[in-house]
Design a protein around this ligand. Structure first.
Ligand code: NAD
Length: 254
């Protein structure tokens, strides 16, 4: 039996990159998937890709900074797809130029909204799993991101702060909900080939520089994060909770 057979998952940020790859992975593993994103057309495209491959999916428009909208999206997922077992809080933005408040609102408050409503709903229905997308930036300091710290723009560091918060929220919700049969984990990707890293990779020499930061000497593919998220979401990870799993080619191992 496929490892997510009979499960229903909501994936945020499902219109692109890691979220799209995860929606496809979860569906291949047997789950029905609600593709949620503020980019509705992109989310619908992901749902169509799932259907093309014989899977079951739907799409909805969601801005994760809106707490009430996150709760409503989880309820819609449950009523439309026949239950709720997995919540993947993956939507996020890169730090560059967005400012402190915006990055914290999406990457930190957005994940908090998914944890708060997701854990409570899953607990009420007998249990489930929440996975969130942190980052190596939530585990270690990055290098090479700011070349001249004296010219650092205000708000730089918000991405790191938001991802550190995801790591700590993962621990807290895991402990709080452990007795309610809800497991809570996160993945911490290294640099991945998605639209988010495209502007960075477009700078001459930057892709090789970033690749060299990973002991494996390359960037990751979104499918490699999706595989880890699907594992954490499955019963194969039945005794794993409160963990942030680096999926980073060894980036944080040194
Ligand atoms: N790409 C990397 O190298 C990398 C590394 C570490 C962590 N991450 C994290 O992985 C996650 C996915 O990033 P990605 O690389 O796939 O990027 P991406 O830009 O390809 O996809 C992000 C998706 O999130 C959606 N989104 C953004 N803000 C939203 C909001 N407020 N509400 C709902 N949806 C929203 C976007 O519309 C987009 O579809 C993010 O949390 C990111 O921080 C990415």
């Amino acid at each position: 039996m496929a490892r997510l057979e009979g499960k229903v998952a909501m994936v945020t940020g499902a219109a692109s990159g890691i979220g799209r790859a995860s929606a496809l992975r979860f569906a291949e593993d047997g789950a029905a998937v609600m593709c949620a994103d503020r980019d509705l057309a992109g989310a619908q495209h992901t749902a169509a890709l799932v259907a093309e491959r014989g899977g079951s999916a739907a799409a909805l428009e969601l801005d994760v900074i809106d707490s009430a909208a996150v709760e409503a999206a989880l309820r819609q997922t449950s009523s439309e797809l026949g239950g709720l077992h997995i919540v993947f809080n993956n939507a996020g933005v890169g730090g560059g130029g967005l400012g402190w408040d915006k990055v914290i609102a999406i990457n930190q408050t957005g994940v908090y909204n998914g944890l708060y409503h997701g854990c409570r709903m899953l607990a009420e229905s007998g249990g489930g799993v929440v996975v969130s997308t942190a980052s190596i930036a939530g585990l270690v300091a990055l290098i090479g991101v700011t070349t001249d710290p004296l010219n650092m723009e205000y708000g730089n560091g918000a991405y790191q702060a938001s991802k550190g918060a995801v790591v700590q929220l993962t621990r807290q919700f895991a402990v709080s909900f452990a007795k309610h049969n809800v497991r809570v984990n996160a993945v911490a990707p290294g640099y991945i080939y998605t639209p988010m890293t495209q502007p960075m990779r477009d700078v001459e020499g930057a892709e090789q520089f970033l690749a060299n930061l990973h002991p494996m000497g390359r960037l990751g593919q979104p499918e490699e994060i999706a595989n880890a998220a699907a594992f954490l979401a499955s019963d194969e990870a039945s005794f794993i909770t409160g963990v942030t799993l680096p999926v980073d080619g060894g980036y944080t191992a040194r």
